[in-house]
Ligand binder design. Structure first.
Ligand code: BDR
Ligand code: CA
Length: 312
């Protein structure tokens, strides 16, 4: 099994990624840390706990992380994920509280307690991960790789050049890309191809399971946002964060290329951009990331449906 830590800003697609990860026999989930992004930290933490309880997995430890980026005001995305962050679907109030102590202490404990080096799956702004690497640089040797939903070699969404997770905390992202740990970057290049159509959403509902109904319900608001055309014409809603989990469990469904990725933090029009150099000759730095560019969309959705079918 791959020991993993999930770092999330739960969020509609984060919730689907958590649901999927919980069903993966290939993964040993050591814990989940939360960060502000799609919504405030209070809401993303509550949502994470609520999703785990709703899906019958309250034993998975949750650590409450950073309430905002390093040195910028927090941007949230209620227009995408709803005021509550879960497409305004109300789950029962979670009974369990986050772990005692701060997230960095929890993350350190989970990483040091693992017999094997840990893979971090980070699908929100990279604030927690940057803080962790800054506070405990010795942990770098215990981190096998960091797989992120973030960035885009060829496009942005929060701005023309920047994807939301990087846009929220570009300084943190820059530190993480420079940490010397192998990265898997599942950015908009691939995640915009990993969309769920209206028919797919109906298929989740038709499963008749708790998770199927939940996914269909939270997708509705999110789907309407994608269909509104604010970010261009799309055939469905992008299930971004689940791609990052599946990049570990089903790499055969994806294609990518190695690149040297730098995060721009101060370009007038390009701050938050993940400048990706794929060149073999004259590459501007050492390749630090596998950039995922393509996915078998139908197989991706089938895997998510299979996962949602397995919760009674
Ligand atoms: C990313 O930003 C958030 O809205 C999603 O949860 C995803 O992690 C997509 O840009
Ligand atoms: Ca997210």
């Amino acid at each position: 099994k791959i020991p993993v830590i999930l770092d999330v800003d739960t969020g509609v697609d984060d919730a689907v990624a958590i649901m999927y990860a919980l069903t993966c026999e290939e993964l040993d989930i050591l814990g989940i840390s939360t960060v502000a992004g799609n919504q405030t930290l209070d809401k993303t933490t509550r949502n994470t706990l609520a999703v785990l309880e709703y899906l019958g997995r309250p034993e998975v430890p949750v650590a409450r992380g950073a309430a905002g980026p390093f040195c910028r005001p927090l941007h949230t995305a209620p227009q995408v994920h709803g005021e509550n962050g879960l497409g305004n679907v109300q789950l029962p109030e979670p009974v369990k509280q986050p772990e005692a102590g701060d997230a960095l202490t929890c993350l350190r404990r989970w990483i040091e307690g693992s017999a094997q080096p840990v893979t971090i799956i980070a699908v929100g702004p990279l604030t927690n991960i940057a803080l962790l690497l800054k506070a405990y640089p010795h942990l770098k040797a215990r981190i096998e790789r960091i797989a992120i939903m973030g960035g885009g070699a060829f496009r942005g969404n929060a701005s023309p050049a920047a994807e939301f997770n990087i846009y929220v905390d570009p300084e943190a992202a820059r530190m993480v890309f420079k940490a010397g740990i192998p990265m898997i970057m599942c950015g908009l290049d691939v995640t915009m191809k990993a969309y769920a159509t209206g028919e797919d959403i109906d298929a989740f509902a038709a499963l008749g399971t708790k998770a199927g109904k939940f996914c269909a319900d939270i997708f509705r608001f999110y789907y309407d946002f994608h269909m509104s055309g604010v970010r261009g014409k799309l055939p469905g809603c992008a299930v971004h964060d689940a791609v990052t989990v599946m990049a570990l469990t089903h790499p055969e469904l994806m294609q990518g290329q190695d690149a040297y990725v730098e995060v721009d933090i101060d370009g007038e029009h390009t701050w938050g951009c993940t400048a990706s150099d794929f060149r073999e000759r004259n590459c501007s730095g050492e390749k630090n990331a596998r950039v995922i560019l393509d996915i078998d969309r139908e197989a991706f959705i089938q895997q998510l449906l299979k996962a949602a079918a397995s919760f009674s």
